[in-house]
Design a protein. Structure first.
Length: 223
């Protein structure tokens, strides 16, 4: 049974959705010095030529020796779509638990969750030792892990997948799109658009609120 306090949950993707036109990994790789190499790898992933593990290992190698505390300053300048804070606040007012579902490194998820008030986040983790990144992946995380962790988080909230929504834009969102009651393709790729319940294009994240409002109404609440 679902919690009486929650109408549902909404899972928000990060790269390409909250971070428009690029990825958090590319943003950070600009500081780390391997942005061009990672950009080629991300394009190959989007085309299905590389898998997530291969891209993650390539990216992680560029982090070797970097102090952990340095990353937060780099993330302060992460390009973000307008309207994130307002959308999170709207979700909470309307009984929807806002959660990050992402393949971005865990420092990114932690930064955005703390900054905007997302309930939780999941994602891959970089290995650290003595306060520095080692250049290795501590925990791999692909699009199926993204789905599975999201559904586990929903279950912990007492929510069935049908009471959940997902907002995303690309290949990594497809397994989660197929598992929830409402999927919103936001400024998305052709594949994500084809798989989604609703397609929304807009310069502000609040563009997805009419779709989420229908989700709230379906539970008997008034948004």
């Amino acid at each position: 049974m679902s919690s009486p306090d929650h109408a549902g949950a909404v899972f928000f993707d990060v790269d390409g959705t909250l971070v428009p036109g690029t990825s958090s990994s590319l943003h950070l790789a600009g500081f780390l010095g391997h942005r061009e190499e990672l950009a080629r790898a991300e394009e190959a992933y989007a085309a299905g030529e590389l898998n997530n593990r291969q891209v993650s290992e390539l990216d992680a190698a560029g982090w070797a020796g970097v102090p952990v505390e340095r990353v937060s300053g780099w993330l302060d300048g992460l390009p973000l779509v307008p309207g994130i804070a307002e959308t999170v606040a709207w979700c909470r007012r309307n009984g929807l638990v806002p959660i990050l579902a992402t393949l971005a490194w865990s420092p990114v998820g932690g930064h955005l969750a703390g900054r905007f008030g997302f309930h939780a986040f999941g994602g891959p983790r970089l290995e650290t030792a003595d306060g520095r990144f080692t250049g290795r992946v501590a925990c791999h995380f692909d699009e199926y892990d993204k789905r599975d962790v999201a559904l586990t988080q929903a279950r912990e909230l007492g929510l069935a997948p049908a009471r959940c929504g997902a907002v995303g834009d690309s290949r990594s969102d497809l397994p989660l799109f197929a598992s929830v009651g409402l999927s919103v393709a936001f400024n998305a790729s052709a594949g994500a658009r084809a798989a989604a319940t609703v397609t929304v294009d807009g310069a502000d994240l609040r563009s997805v609120l009419p779709a989420l409002a229908r989700m709230v109404s379906a539970t008997g609440r008034r948004p």
